[in-house]
Design a binder for this molecule. Structure first.
Ligand code: ATP
Ligand code: MG
Length: 566
């Protein structure tokens, strides 16, 4: 491919809203452009990278025995009503009407459609297991589309769905997918980590996420410094903190004026924050109603919102307004576990179960209770609610936990029969009994991966593509495009590389100066450049390694062979 013929509109300007390196460089180097908020066009270079990633994903999945299909992007709203998700998906799911007033959805994911496809077609245990996947457009009307391809509204996802006769077989496939994903992300040249995850709106139990480690990642990952444990903070566990709760306060109601925070309370009473119980008030949003919910955690712990949301089965949690708190009969700053208004739902962190001699609000302005024992509650009141902190102890090995940042590029779920049951998708087992399929579901953010590669691999000058993701392997730069010798040598190297099966681009532009072509090479980020310049008369060209910046003079006769071995 000749640079002079390719549509690569590079620019020096960085768009205002592009804060991440991947977003800036992909726009500046002419891989993508924005067509609307969270909507992107792929220009030739971007399309090449997208296809490369897509091919790696496809090859590894096909090798694992999964089969590629392609479902319609627009799905009838009935699918979503039948599974019960029409109301659960919220505003992220974009609904449309056709001219006959029929309801449709721009698919944000495709569990329902895939179950509909298999239903009444796979009817016997003899046809199982089956794993079907697609690499297809998804649309989610994200509240805050940002960071370029990282969180778009329209994006490319690989979504796979497997169907099984029992849980054991579904778990076997789940494990196979975990191994397959490892191969995919390793081939793409990524530094990644597999972590325990929350299952979110898709539902099901036992889910794992694949995170590309990068400082700019939106997710906080909890990792252990001595074992393999890793979890998204939304699902992270720690060893119970054992804390001395004895204090010198007499049991009962105590006057604690103007002590609405844990810090004020503990310094007023001269006790440790860990000897107090903190109440976090939220508004739990449900399909057709909202409720005020109170979550109790130890005074020195923080609430993890995803865990809290799951504990009350809400769609989401919002901050409650002052009025809503008062109307619910609560006194902000003085809320405690005893004598809560009955209309308020509440959960207590499991680590507080059977804890004695605690201090918490008295549900009365300016008063707290001392000597509170956390006991005699129904089991379903206790829930893991805390955000694991750095320095907490690993449940698996006793090591220290710390945080790192990750970009979620894959998510695999053990779904069970939730969708097959709701949609009446059954098969006959070996005893002739009708049963709903056991399912697994497996996603990869194909377009997000483009951004993830660059977040992990760039410098101040631009992109640094990995070998498998680079649109071309080599940029052959003709130092002076008007010099016939340089041009013919470059063209010869280009042809020889092509014959050797190495993808190269020939920067044959005549108007641009050498420095300009070099900055384009650095911005675009191909693994190598071969510079054909002054030393050509002595029989040498220069080989530049984009990642390390190393430059080496190489004899003209050796250059193709050397690149073949890279
Ligand atoms: P996130 O937590 O980042 O919003 P999710 O948990 O909603 O993602 P899944 O439903 O698990 O995402 O979708 C599968 C994969 O699709 C994700 O692992 C992610 O890589 C990708 N993905 C999800 N949302 C987006 C988006 N808005 N833009 C680009 N890729 C996305
Ligand atoms: Mg996810």
């Amino acid at each position: 491919m000749k640079f002079s013929k390719l549509f690569i509109p590079t620019t020096k300007e960085t768009p205002n809203d592009a804060t991440l390196p991947s977003h800036q460089f992909l726009l500046r180097a002419g891989f993508i452009n924005t067509s609307g908020s969270g909507l992107y066009n792929y220009l030739p270079l971007g399309k090449m990278v997208l296809d490369k990633i897509r091919n790696v994903v496809k090859e590894e999945l096909d090798n694992s025995g999964a089969q590629e299909v392609q479902l319609s992007f627009v799905t009838p709203i009935e699918f979503w009503e039948n599974s019960g998700r029409a109301t659960k998906m919220g505003l992220e799911m974009l609904r449309i009407k056709d001219r006959k007033n029929n309801g449709f959805v721009l698919s944000p994911t495709n569990e329902e459609a895939m179950v509909e496809l298999v239903k009444n077609r796979v009817t016997s245990y003899k046809d199982l297991p089956i794993n079907l996947y697609q690499i297809n457009t998804k649309f989610r009307d994200e509240a805050r589309p940002r960071f370029g391809l990282m969180r778009g509204r329209e994006f490319l996802m690989k979504d796979g769905y497997s169907f099984h006769e029992n849980t054991d077989d579904m778990k076997r496939e789940f494990h196979l997918m975990e191994e397959t994903y490892k191969k995919i992300f390793t081939r793409l040249g990524l530094d990644f980590r597999i972590v325990d995850a929350d299952s979110g709106a898709i539902g099901g139990t036992g889910s794992k996420e694949f995170h590309v480690l990068a400082n700019s990642g939106e997710d906080t990952i909890v990792v252990c410094d001595s074992c393999n444990y890793g979890a998204n903070i939304e699902a992270a566990k720690r060893k119970d903190k054992k804390i001395e709760t004895k204090n010198n306060l007499a049991s009962g109601k105590i006057s604690t004026p103007s002590t609405t925070t844990i810090d004020e309370l503990s310094s007023f009473l001269n006790i440790l924050p860990s000897q107090t119980i903190k109440a976090v008030i939220k508004k739990a949003v449900y399909e057709d109603t909202t409720k005020i919910a109170v979550f109790f955690v130890r005074g020195d712990d923080e609430l993890e919102e995803t865990k809290a949301c799951n504990s009350v089965n809400a769609l989401e949690l919002e901050d409650a307004s002052e009025d809503e708190i008062i109307n619910a009969g609560l006194v902000a700053g003085y809320v405690g576990i005893k004598d809560l208004p009955s209309s308020v739902i509440f959960k207590i962190d499991s680590e507080l179960k059977d804890e004695n001699d605690m201090v918490c609000g008295a549900n009365e302005e300016n008063y707290h209770l001392a000597g509170v024992d956390v006991c005699c509650m129904e089991d379903n009141v206790y829930f893991d609610l805390v955000a694991v902190c750095e320095g907490d102890i690993c449940e698996c090995c006793g090591g220290k936990l710390s945080y790192t940042k990750g970009i979620e590029v894959g998510h695999i779920f053990q779904l069970g029969d939730r969708y097959s049951k709701a949609l009446g998708a059954n098969f006959l087992d070996s005893n002739g009994k009708s049963k709903p399929f056991e399912m697994g579901t497996y996603g990869i953010g194909v377009s997000r991966l483009i951004a993830a590669v660059i977040e992990q691999s760039h410098d101040e000058k631009g992109c640094v593509w990995t070998k498998e993701t680079a649109p071309f392997f080599v940029d052959i730069i003709i130092s002076n495009g008007k010099n016939e010798d340089e041009l013919s040598t470059g063209t010869k190297i280009y042809e020889d590389l092509k014959t050797a099966g190495i993808e190269a681009i020939l920067d044959d532009r005549t108007k641009e100066r050498f420095g300009f072509k070099m900055s384009d090479f650095e911005l675009i980020g191909l693994p190598y450049a071969v510079v054909i310049g002054k030393k050509l008369s002595e029989g040498f060209v220069e080989l530049v390694n984009r990642k390390t910046g190393e430059k080496e003079d190489i004899a003209l006769s050796k250059i193709v062979e050397i690149l073949k071995n890279k």
